[in-house]
Design a protein around this ligand. Structure first.
Ligand code: GDP
Ligand code: MN
Length: 388
């Protein structure tokens, strides 16, 4: 689960990490009020969307008067912002964060992530902050340092020194930086983060500040992160994925036109691969899981039938714990309110296969049957027609 920059900064502040003073505004008038309350003579108005790359897209405005704050906020609020990370459709800006302007000496990059290679939480730091870190990694990989944290020891003095030296920090800010990375590590563990990225972390005359912040929380830990769950912004999430999650389905919207319903993540991946091999693209990843109910299957079919992009549905069920009759009944329930408006190709094998097929036959549904995955994918590709 992702949260907004202003929310990430709230978490950082709770863990003693310095952040610029700021407040959220939903209108230009609120932005002006926020700027007046902050005081000073320079403010930064920042679009709050779940995507980075805002700076280059005009979503971060440095303002030198209250009038400029008003203009920046009215320009940003309700606009569609297209950045490198939003896709072409862009994201609607609904709120801005107004911050005190900072006098920046240097911009660093600092992140914490779960490093699959070393199976540790690792810091990634670079003296080249405020830029696209993927680009830095590609062009000047020597400017990136990865430091794995041993979970037994936590952040040690040696790790801090290694980062200090790599970043070329002045002697007088090293102690403060050491405390900062310890606090970040504590936040990462205690809030079950999967990613924490400060780009940039800046050095000013007063020490280090997290100028930009991105935090992602491990979905599997949300049950014990109620504070963070309260930060969820459904406007930023795909409504189909939100609906699917309510029914316990693992669903991810994709950009193809063959809707898929599969049990098991591995089989779902294989199904998507074979669709690609047939020259088509899946409209979604959907794993209904093992303990699925008729109601959840009904919701899954509804999701597929209400998606305008879907031109054909491919059901690939290998019944083990999942029973084929549950899938069939789910379909029968779904069509009571959502007619089958596109061809449905079914490969139903395994537990209660006969019952499943019979239910669908008896209902007189026009389902195209396949005996194996290859045939199912071929039929679905044909049914989806010329468009990809
Ligand atoms: P992103 O483009 O979405 O990653 O947005 P950031 O929050 O990282 O902002 C982009 C850039 O705007 C930063 O790298 C800074 O160079 C600049 N910026 C942001 N806040 C301030 C500020 O308070 N003062 C100054 N001078 N520049 C800022
Ligand atoms: Mn940034």
């Amino acid at each position: 689960m992702n949260i907004h920059e202003y929310q990430a900064k709230e978490l950082l502040a709770q863990f003693g990490v310095p952040v610029p003073q700021g407040s959220l505004a939903l209108s230009a008038d609120e932005a002006v009020e926020a700027a007046r309350e902050l005081g000073g003579s320079v403010w930064v108005v920042k679009a709050q969307i779940h995507a980075g790359g805002r700076g280059k897209a005009g979503g971060v405005r440095v303002c030198r008067s209250i009038d400029e704050v008003h203009a920046a906020a009215s320009d940003l609020i309700d606009s569609m912002m297209v950045t490198k990370q939003t896709g072409d459709a862009g994201k609607q800006v609904r709120k801005v964060y107004v911050e005190e302007g900072m006098d920046i000496d240097h911009e660093f990059y600092l992140s914490l992530l779960v490093d699959r290679e070393t199976e540790t939480v690792s810091f990634v730091v670079s003296p080249s902050g405020g830029m696209d870190i993927e680009h830095v990694a590609q062009v000047t990989p020597e400017k990136i340092l990865t430091v794995a944290v041993n979970s037994e020891t936590g952040v040690t003095d040696d790790m801090a020194t290694e980062m200090d030296e790599f970043l070329g920090l002045r002697e007088d800010v090293r102690a403060e930086f050491g405390e900062l990375i310890r606090n970040l590590y504590r936040l990462f563990l205690e809030r079950d983060a999967s990613l924490l990225e400060l780009n940039p972390l800046v050095l000013t005359g007063d020490g280090h500040f997290a100028l930009d912040a991105k935090i992602s929380i491990d979905d599997n830990a949300l049950y014990r992160q109620q504070d963070v769950v309260g930060m969820r912004d459904l406007d930023e999430e795909d409504p189909r994925e939100t609906e699917a999650a309510k029914s316990g389905l693992n669903y991810i919207a994709l950009d193809g036109n063959i809707g898929c319903m599969v049990n098991g993540a591995g089989l779902a991946m294989a199904t998507m691969d074979i669709i690609q091999l047939k020259g088509k693209k899946p409209a979604n990843f959907l794993d209904v899981g093992g303990g699925v109910t008729v109601e959840a299957v009904r919701e899954a079919f509804k999701l597929l039938f209400t998606d305008d992009h879907v031109k054909a549905v491919l059901v690939n069920i290998f019944g083990g714990i999942v029973r084929c009759d549950i899938i069939a009944n789910g379909l029968l329930e779904a069509i009571k309110t959502h007619p089958m408006r596109v061809p449905v190709v079914m490969r139903l094998v395994g537990t209660n296969e006969e019952e499943g097929r019979k239910l669908i036959h008896d209902a007189g549904l026009d389902v195209r049957w396949a005996d194996d995955l290859d045939q199912a994918a071929t039929l679905a590709a044909q049914a989806a027609g010329g468009a990809t």
